[in-house]
Design a protein around this ligand. Structure first.
Ligand code: C2E
Ligand code: CA
Ligand code: CA
Length: 692
């Protein structure tokens, strides 16, 4: 065991303490011994001088009997410490002076002579000398005085020496014993302390807090060891906790990164990650002056799936689309979900590619479009969908991330318009087109309020060229875009879900104009209102229209509704039910643009309609080719057989009118008679024929 400086110091201090204790005990006891000795000597001296003065009395009564006095005082030789004695007579004259021969060497003659000690009677200590002054005889009859001086010091020394000789070995023995015991106890304590120290040092070096200190005894060191072990346990627990917290933190960090960069539904990179990756890919391609393509797609009927089959199915569809498309792109390309049903494919330009980037983009887009048309199996449903894909190139967007995404979005929009479930390549012209469409779409509702929109009426005539009714057609005088064609804005309104608002606007205006029209022309005058396919799909619109007809039952027989064949047949049962209700309300229904949609005429027998409107393209082409002439003739005879009336649209020439009349057409509409005009112009152009 290594004895530390500390141990040496402790042991040194202990031994010094034992030594000092022994010395002070010894000094104290010597002092006490001296006091006792002096006291005892005083008592002895007192008794001795008492005896001697009694013995001396007879020798001083009559005459001083010097020989006897001397003989008596000789007794003092036996008392070693006596230095001298003096005997005085009644006149206090010294009669005898005794000096102890043993002391004569220590005391000089003059000192002895001078030592008178004229103290009072009694025994006392004067300058370390015991002085006894005794009266000889009693107070009433004093015959003399006896003075005895003793020096106790030498005897005291002797006695002390004897005392020390006895006591010192004992003291030494006790001190050694105490010293030994203290030393061995401390050694034991220090040994354990050293154990503790080296254990702590070891832990410090190894860092292994699983080790434990074993000290069996339950003394203070044992308790200290226990405390250290407990402390180590606590540290270990903290270490575990801290480690756990660190692990949790790391996990949280990873989760946060995941949440920040990946879409939780599909697990695909999200918009943020796409932006980051796209940005660096564009920078790289720009340095190499290479192009890069992105495909932007969404699902054509996703909202419908969500609305009819529920959000869970919608979510599943998005997930499966993600899965499916992931397998259709090359390694290194990236599929990301922007949100909703919008996805982006980033096609990384690869120098080893066989096809140039533009071809790769189109091939991939076609592959995705084809595959997304295949049925998806989601729980018990067979869900079919299609994607419209926009393709845009980095060079066209000047390697700008935002612009590239916007271009692809515009191209996707274009793909949607083509309605083929395919793809479209971005062209710069699309920008202005899209902006215009956007402006139109966003100002439709405003236009209804501000009277920018109004109705034009185009007369419908019978074979006698008499006005039987009108077709109400929308007109829009846009403040910045000028006069807009209904062909353009009706389609935008249909795409953006605003068509029913427009149709309701038309209906309301027609109903309020009908009063004037009936008064000006005649009470049977009819006004035709065009219905869009979207109107016929909206239950709210249909209910509101029927309610309106109930409210304006007086005008209902004057109202005609024009439905295109495709709108009718796309949603046959629902439209047919609505048509029946319109008939019940007293209205008429015509089939608009007939001949442009379905080539088969067999379905005509199933439709509950009053009038067929032959599309103006047939009328226009009657001159040029025999075929169209035949078609028109066939349509008219078929309609006649089905007891439907026929109206020819787009009659621009007298010859057309004449010919159509000849082959049995009932009604005519076209620029030859009148262009669509506002109500005011109509009233100004045609004289009042009505009776009311
Ligand atoms: P539509 O229902 O076939 O309406 C007849 C269209 O033919 C009108 O075009 C009319 O101006 C035009 N037209 C009439 N006679 C002639 C002619 O002799 N020659 C030529 N070339 N065209 C003639 P408009 O007003 O531009 O309307 C175009 C289409 O817009 C309409 O075709 C209809 O589908 C739609 N539309 C117009 N107004 C409405 C409306 O209020 N609601 C709905 N849903 N669609 C409307
Ligand atoms: Ca029409
Ligand atoms: Ca038409």
């Amino acid at each position: 065991m290594r004895v530390s400086q500390f141990s040496v110091r402790i042991i040194g201090i202990t031994l010094l303490a034992v030594f000092l204790t022994a010395v002070s005990v010894n000094t104290l006891s010597l002092n006490e011994h001296r006091n006792l000795y002096v006291q005892k000597s005083m008592q002895n001296l007192d008794a001795l001088s008492e005896n001697l003065s009694e013995s001396l009395l007879p020798f001083l009564v009559s005459e001083d009997d010097i020989p006897n006095i001397a003989t008596t005082l000789l007794q003092l030789d036996r008392h070693d410490s006596t230095v001298f004695a003096r005997v005085f007579d009644k006149n206090d004259q010294q009669v005898f002076f005794y000096v102890n021969p043993a002391k004569q060497t220590e005391w000089s003659d003059t000192t002895l002579q001078d030592a008178q000690f004229n103290t009072g009677f009694g025994t006392e200590l004067v300058n370390k000398l015991l002085v006894s002054n005794k009266m000889i005889g009693d107070e009433s009859y004093a015959v003399g005085r006896l003075l005895i001086v003793q020096d106790p010091e030498s005897s005291l020394k002797q006695s002390a020496n004897t005392y020390l000789k006895k006591v010192i070995p004992l003291l030494v023995f006790i001190a050694s014993l105490v010293g030994f015991l203290a030393f061995s106890m401390q050694k034991r304590v220090l040994q354990k302390l050293n154990l503790v120290t080296s254990f702590v040092r070891k832990i410090k070096h190894s860092g292994n807090k699983l080790e434990r200190l074993t000290i069996e005894n339950k003394d203070e060191i044992g308790l200290l060891a226990e405390q250290i072990n407990e402390y180590l346990d606590t540290i270990k627990n903290y270490e575990f906790k801290i480690q756990k917290q660190l692990n949790d933190l790391e996990e949280n960090k990873q989760n946060l990164e995941k949440i920040a960069n990946y879409d939780s539904l599909t697990g695909l990179p999200n918009r943020q990650m796409l932006h980051a990756i796209l940005r660096s890919a564009l920078a790289r391609e720009q340095r190499r002056n290479a192009d890069l393509a992105i495909l932007y797609f969404d699902l054509d009927n996703f909202k419908h799936v969500n609305d009819t089959l529920g959000h869970d199915v919608g979510d599943q569809l998005l997930f499966q689309v993600g899965e499916r498309v992931s397998h259709l792109i090359r390694e290194g390309d990236m599929l990301a979900r922007l949100g909703g049903d919008e996805f982006i494919v980033l096609l990384i330009n690869n120098e080893q590619d066989y096809y140039p980037p533009s071809e790769v983009a189109m091939i991939t887009a076609q592959r995705i479009a084809d595959n997304l048309k295949k049925i998806f199996y989601i729980s018990k449903w067979e869900v079919s969908t299609a994607a419209s894909i926009g393709i845009a190139y980095a060079k066209q967007a000047n390697f700008d991330t935002e612009l590239l995404l916007r271009n692809a979005d515009i191209a996707m929009y274009q793909a949607k318009l083509q309605r083929t479930g395919g793809f479209a390549l971005f062209e710069n012209a699309m920008h202005t087109r899209v902006q215009r469409r956007h402006e139109i779409a966003s100002s439709i509702l405003r236009a209804i309020q501000t009277k920018e929109l109004y109705l034009a009426y185009q007369p419908k005539l019978n074979q006698q060229a008499e006005i039987t009714g009108f077709e109400a057609l929308l007109r829009w005088e846009h403040p910045t875009l000028g006069a807009l064609s209904p062909v353009e804005f009706i389609e935008i309104a249909e795409k953006t879900g605003k068509i029913t608002a427009l149709t309701s606007f038309v209906l309301d205006n027609v109903i309020s104009d009908l009063f004037i029209l009936k008064a000006h022309f005649h009470s049977q005058v009819s006004v035709a209102v065009n219905l869009s396919a979207m109107d016929l799909k909206s239950d709210t619109f249909k209910q509101q229209t029927l309610a309106l007809l109930v409210r304006h039952a007086n005008h209902a027989p004057n109202l005609e509704f024009e439905i295109t064949e495709s709108a009718y047949l796309d949603n046959f049962d629902a439209v047919n039910e609505f048509v029946i209700n319109l008939h019940l309300a007293g209205c008429k229904v015509s089939l608009d643009d007939f001949g442009t949609g379905y080539s088969s005429l067999s379905y005509l027998t199933k439709l509950d309609i009053d009038l067929l409107k032959i599309d103006r393209s047939f009328i226009h082409n009657m001159e040029n080719g025999k075929a169209d002439k035949n078609i028109v003739e066939t349509i008219i005879s078929l309609a006649n057989n089905l007891t439907m009336s026929v109206c020819a649209e787009g009659v621009e020439q007298l010859a057309q009118f004449d010919y159509l009349k000849k082959i049995g057409c009932d009604y005519f509409q076209g620029y030859y008679f009148c262009r669509p005009v506002p109500l005011k112009t109509l009233l100004e152009t045609y004289p009042k024929t009505g009776t009311s």
